[in-house]
Write a protein that binds this ligand. Structure first.
Ligand code: GLY
Length: 373
């Protein structure tokens, strides 16, 4: 690993976020697929609504540029619409309010931001299925009859519950987060250290019915971004509870992920992709896995494991910096070649806002700063 490559990538990313702050402003970008490489505009209730704000906070803590602060605060206020409307809210409230309101509260002590984070956490608690011991993912307006669906991505959302539990000195939030994480250990984690995207449970009895392919190739396949969510999310559960079963799971999925990567360390959208399917990479899975591996490295007490996962993460970040990053303005995205959903043919090999976010977050961890989840 060449530290000058990572140092340059970090500095150039922060500069680009400042330029993007002028051109993107108060909006909810998702993929940079415009004719001139510009980011699109999603509705605020979409699950990616927190990542642009998160990038602003990652850059603000380093630059103290007041424009970044002002834009991040305006974005947070704009997110009040879906928070208060409630009806379209799903389980992705952790992705939306951890890198925005909670980041704001942690940085400035703002009480309105704290209240937003707590409100979002309460919404997430309300999605708990008592018999199945899982958090419901989406509402019927997205997928009909999805009362029994849980998805691996939610391992990232439960960081909001751990935060709320500490904040309110109330174990209920943590208890529900751990119940969900334990269900993932039982019903998602396969013996080979991989996970499916979706598990369907009977919403009445809580019995597991089947795996579903979701954004992966199929029910038995290995969707790369899902593995990254599992690595990072399990590491968070270990950080917040001290229960080694979560660290064991994080390291198991991380080892399988690492050993299945192609030569340039950036996964295909699914590790089971074959032939021309392999043209679709998912750099966002690489960014998120790198950030998760740095989390494991920071938590483990085993010095060899610390070195191993630090080196894995930095190798991924170096490849992203040298072969996938764009620091000029030919696109507003920072990291090219992310894939939203290959099965739905939606946004293949394009910059995605969460790929950018986890790349900059991981580089920040390398510099000794905390992550936002
Ligand atoms: N949370 C949905 C995704 O990772 O695409």
């Amino acid at each position: 690993m060449d530290p000058t490559v990572l140092e340059r990538a970090y500095t150039a990313s922060l500069k680009k976020i400042r330029r993007n702050c002028d051109s993107i402003g108060v909006a909810f970008p998702h993929v940079a697929n415009g004719p001139h490489g510009e980011y699109d505009r999603e509705k605020p209730s979409f699950w990616t609504g927190g990542f642009w704000g998160g990038l602003l906070w990652l850059a603000y803590r380093e630059t103290h540029d007041p424009k970044l602060l002002e834009t991040a605060c305006e974005l947070e206020t704009a997110l009040d619409v879906p928070l208060d409307e409630y009806l379209h809210i799903h389980h992705d409230v952790g992705f939306m309010w951890m890198p925005t309101a909670v980041a704001h509260y942690r940085k400035t002590g703002c009480q309105a931001a704290r209240a937003r984070g707590l409100k979002a956490a309460s919404h997430l608690m309300g999605r708990f299925n008592l018999n199945g011991r899982f958090l419901r993912a989406w509402n019927d307006e997205v997928y009909a009859d999805s009362q029994g669906w849980a998805i691996i991505d939610c391992m990232m959302n439960i960081s909001l519950l751990y935060w709320a539990s500490r904040e309110l000195h109330d174990p209920r939030f943590r208890q529900i987060a751990m119940a969900h994480a334990d269900t993932v250990l039982e019903s998602f984690l396969r013996p080979d250290g991989t996970v499916p995207h979706i598990v369907r449970f009977d919403p009445e009895t809580g019995r597991k019915i089947e795996n579903l392919g979701g954004q992966g190739k199929g029910p038995d396949s290995v969707w790369s971004r899902g593995q990254a969510w599992a690595i990072y999310g399990m590491a968070i559960s270990y950080r917040e509870t001290g229960c080694t079963r979560y660290l064991d799971a994080a390291r198991k999925v991380a080892h399988t992920f690492w050993s299945a990567l192609p030569d340039d360390k950036i996964p295909y959208w699914d590790f089971c992709a074959e032939g021309e399917e392999r043209e679709a990479r998912d750099s966002s899975a690489a960014s998120c896995a790198a950030s998760g591996m740095l989390e494991i490295a920071a938590l483990t007490r085993d010095p060899e494991e610390k070195t191993f996962f630090t080196n894995c993460a930095l190798e991924i970040l170096q490849s992203l910096s040298e072969h996938y990053a764009c620091f000029d303005d030919s696109t507003q995205g920072i990291i090219r070649a992310g894939t939203v959903s290959y099965p739905a043919r939606r946004h293949i090999n394009v910059p995605i806002i969460y790929g950018d976010f986890f790349f900059v977050e991981a580089l920040g961890k390398w510099k000794g700063l905390p992550g936002l989840f």
